[in-house]
Design a binder for this molecule. Structure first.
Ligand code: BJ8
Length: 427
């Protein structure tokens, strides 16, 4: 990446507040340094993650803008949720970027649009937009929201005043009627995206987009499988960042990099090389998603001597565990295959949502977890509610369980540390 490139002008051109953005970059850079670069025995191939972290707001944005200027990529489409099928966006020649915010920013500004007791993820993306510090939000030509939790659903009404926003209607129960409704909704998205990009989705472009996304998922599955070993070849922090990167980096580059990480981790497993000592307490994470730079919890667990061996969440296994069937021969068959795969995501907006509990227990066993840590972001009622059933499922499976609630501030770090250390000691 050419050092001389004038990124300030690029950010200014996007309408960003360059000075405030500098403050954000400094804060995130400091966190990266103290959380990631202090880890011992990282696989060498995680240098890709350092590359991503360095280029996140600079080189990657430049690359997307250059592609748009050259006409090779027409539009940038921002999303907030795993239910929005990336295949549709890619097939219409656009780039999909994840816009969820993992840090508090301009909360006073955000509170002019959403109540104070709103979950930090929602407040974060409102704050990032209002303070003009996120180049992904500013580069997006269109934002796709979704009617999932109440907070997001209502926040998009406000967000839509600030950016062109299209909202998908996600069902909250699974039955034949809602399956048909969701299949229709996927086609409605396809219509809107084609209108935005001016590019028709064809059987070939959609199949190619499905294969591209599936290859990324296969690479992530390979990497994930290596984490069942003791010692664990790669940390939870690096694994989390790998999935977070998937929401922002170019799919083909990311897939190659993850496959290189999986190659190295497979060799490390054979050689018995770990990022944490053999016998380190193994934690399966479940709960609300963690957007960049929300690394707080994993950092506390791993600095306390534990190691995260899996994530049942949208920035974890839900992102990659299921593939889309690639065999469809018509657009309709491919759209249906996409819709059916996405409807199977086990988010707490669904009722009942037994599949999530089954996934958590299965993953805890497969990854040989010593304990389950279930964490909800503050004011996230649906994940908090599900914690009761999750605790019971863990108890029945004989797996130690801890539920925590946190936010994006550093204020509860001491308290979290105490509870996590006690949990690690107990299991
Ligand atoms: S599919 S988990 S990405 S909705 S934490 S904003 S639920 S109050 S993020 Fe999610 Fe899609 Fe579900 Fe995944 Fe609301 Fe809860 Fe906040 Fe949340």
């Amino acid at each position: 990446m050419a050092e001389e490139y004038d990124y300030n002008s690029m950010w200014e051109g996007l309408g960003m507040d360059v000075q405030a953005h500098e403050g954000l970059l400094a804060a995130v850079g400091g966190m990266y340094q103290s959380m990631f670069l202090t880890q011992q025995n990282r696989p060498e191939s995680t240098s890709y993650l350092d590359f991503v972290a360095t280029n996140l707001h600079s080189g990657r944005i430049r690359e997307m803008l250059d592609a748009r200027n050259e006409g090779t990529t027409k539009k940038v489409i921002g999303t907030f949720c795993l239910y929005v099928p990336e295949e549709i966006i890619t097939a219409a020649g656009a780039v999909e970027v994840g816009l969820c915010a993992g840090a508090d920013w301009a909360p006073q500004e955000a509170e002019k649009y959403v109540p104070r007791n709103t979950c930090p993820l929602i407040k974060g993306f409102m704050g990032f937009k209002l303070a003009r510090v996120c180049p992904y939000i500013e580069s997006a030509d269109l934002v796709v929201g979704e009617n999932t939790c109440d907070g997001k659903k209502k926040a998009y009404e406000q967000f839509g005043q600030l950016k062109p926003t299209f909202v998908m209607d996600v069902p909250h129960v699974r039955n034949e009627d809602t399956r048909q409704q969701w299949r229709h909704e996927v086609r409605r998205l396809a219509e809107r995206i084609q209108q935005e990009t001016g590019q028709k989705i064809t059987v070939d472009s959609l199949r190619a987009a499905i294969k591209l996304a599936n290859n990324k998922r296969r690479a992530l599955q390979r990497l994930d499988a290596t984490r069942a070993a003791d010692p664990v070849p790669i940390s939870g922090l690096d694994s989390l960042l790998t999935v977070q990167a998937a929401f922002m980096d170019d799919s083909a580059r990311l897939t190659n990099a993850i496959n290189r990480m999986a190659d190295e981790c497979e060799k490390r497993v054979t050689a018995g090389t770990g990022v944490a000592p053999k016998g380190a307490k193994r934690i399966l994470y479940t709960g609300t998603p963690m957007a960049v730079p929300n690394w707080k919890l994993f950092n506390i667990i791993e600095k306390a001597g534990g190691v995260v061996v899996g994530e049942e969440c949208c920035t974890g296994s839900r992102y990659y565990k299921d593939l889309v069937d690639e065999t469809g021969e018509t657009l309709d068959e491919l759209y249906d295959a996409i819709a059916d795969r996405y409807l199977n995501i086990q988010c707490a907006i669904f009722t009942p949502n037994e599949g999530r509990k089954e996934d958590v227990i299965r993953m805890a066993r497969e990854q040989h977890a010593d304990g389950i840590l279930d964490c909800s972001l503050q004011f996230c009622t649906i994940y908090d509610m599900e914690s009761f059933g999750m605790e019971k499922a863990a108890e029945e499976a004989g797996i130690p369980y801890l539920h925590l609630t946190t936010d994006y501030s550093g204020e509860d770090e001491g308290q979290l540390k105490t509870r996590i250390e006690a949990f690690l000691e107990m299991i």
